[in-house]
Write a protein that binds this ligand. Sequence first.
Ligand code: G
Ligand code: G
Ligand code: MN
Ligand code: NA
Length: 255
Amino acid sequence: SIIEKRLLIALNQKDLRVLYQPQQDLTTDEITTVEALVRWEDSEIGIVPPDILIPIAEETGLINQIGSFMLEKACEQAVEWANAGTPIRISINTSIREFRDKNMVDTILKVLERTQCPPHLLQIEITEKFALEAEAEESIVSQMRKLQAKGIKFSLDDFGTGYASFRYMQLLPLEEFKIDRSFIAPIVYQEKTRALVQGMIQFGRSLHMRVVAEGVESEEQVSILREAGCDAIQGYQLSRPKVPQDIETLFTPNE
Ligand code: G
Ligand code: G
Ligand code: MN
Ligand code: NA
């Protein structure tokens, strides 16, 4: 397809951009983590939003190249911020398909080494939207363990929307999960969803996992989440995804 052809060109020219969306820790109010989000505006076909880009990249196998590009950019950015006295963790999105690449662990470790990025500044989000084939489970878990042993953290994205939320939670070595924004939107006015979110947070606490609420858009939502013991928030209430220079102003310098 035309999109596939243009995407290949864009990847070869490194003509994709990365925006960063901060997360605020609710105990310290500090920004400790930012999520890296891919953006693509092609000179011929215009803006291709991630919702269209990512599925096409998955079908065509170009998702691995997007993953490498994002990883490299994120590591370079993490090093730049760390050198400036603000060691912020960067969380990148991956598709479960990227783990089918048997070289994934090596690729990640090489990029960390080349960029001199401390592994603890990298987090990898795995979305639970995609079904995990039984025969792939063992391999994914072992790849994750290898990376985890180096200090890389794993987060389960879009929690609550997949086919097997609890299965993923049981199986995968995860430090964190992110409550999908479809659960956060109604917490102020829908008692049932509020109870569900409070339950998810308690569940995270009993598993000693960090719980992040996504899509937080109002101060009322922040209060409910804070009260419920949620660890961190991400969403338009705090900041939209932005270019690095525009979110640096939110960081607290470490002296
Ligand atoms: O930023 P937002 O609309 O822009 O992202 C839409 C979707 O695209 C989200 O589900 C997000 O996880 C996904 N996404 C954004 N960037 C990346 C990326 O670099 N890799 C993968 N696999 N998914 C991404
Ligand atoms: O699935 P993932 O969490 O990676 O998706 C991130 C997506 O959510 C991005 O498209 C980002 O632009 C979007 N997003 C981030 N914060 C908000 C928010 O407060 N409200 C809404 N509606 N979308 C958000
Ligand atoms: Mn995400
Ligand atoms: Na999500």
